[in-house]
Design a protein around this ligand. Sequence first.
Ligand code: ATP
Length: 257
Amino acid sequence: MINLENIGLIRQGKWILDQINWQVKAGEHWVLLGLNGAGKTALLHMLSAYHFPAQGSIEVLGRKFGKDPLGEELRQEIGLVSQTIKSRFYDSDSAYQIVLSGGFASIGLYETPTDQMRARAQQLLKDLGCFHYANRAYYTLSQGEKQRVMIARALMGQPKLLILDEPTNGLDFLATEKLLDAVERIASRPDAPTILYVTHHVNEILPLFDKILMLKEGKVYRSGNKDELLSEQTLSAFFETDIQLTWQNNRPQIWRK
Ligand SMILES: Nc1ncnc2c1ncn2[C@@H]1O[C@H](COP(=O)(O)OP(=O)(O)OP(=O)(O)O)[C@@H](O)[C@H]1O
């Protein structure tokens, strides 16, 4: 699904991604873990062809950068939920209209939706727990409600890859948990996309995630199986502070010792 070999990305004379090697196979679900400024967003935006690497080779969903058509064609197959990529819709649109518009990635927002698209949008609103406010204007929704609408929208085009870039930013504890419930429901669907979940909160690593990419200062610190990487020793070295790790309902919790 994703194959990065020796990737480097330069911004303003600085390598913000350097020697990144990373392979993602279909059916895997990954967490990208890193502190502020680690390069997580830059990496995700590169996968969606918003950035082009200065070095290395990159292949996403069978498309080789520099060889195959990218841009909108690739983005149609990727559901990207990121606060830094502005979507094309109006705040006065209802949650339902915004989800529905996710089915028109290439041909414009206000084409006539098919009955099948309407049914899919409604089902997604139900799955994401947004159905009861489907007809409310987007701008009247809380941050947590908005995020779940954006995830439903990203799923409209039946993406093979769903990228969630710090989706719990600005959400309170309960809104975070509801969003995580929604992510679990998505992963359990028969047509579930591969999920890349970006966070700096270790306690958001749900049981469904089996792989972790640890990014630090633009480089891969470690990548591989969650069970191997989530240890006090590895996390302490990664965060450069003594970490205590406990597990609650198969979810990790960390504290500074
Ligand atoms: N256009 C740019 N010009 C210069 N530096 C940039 C640019 N874009 C990103 N950077 C720098 O690259 C580094 C990685 O940024 P990035 O946004 O990918 O980090 P992040 O891991 O997503 O961080 P956060 O968790 O804070 O969102 C940061 O030091 C950032 O300042």
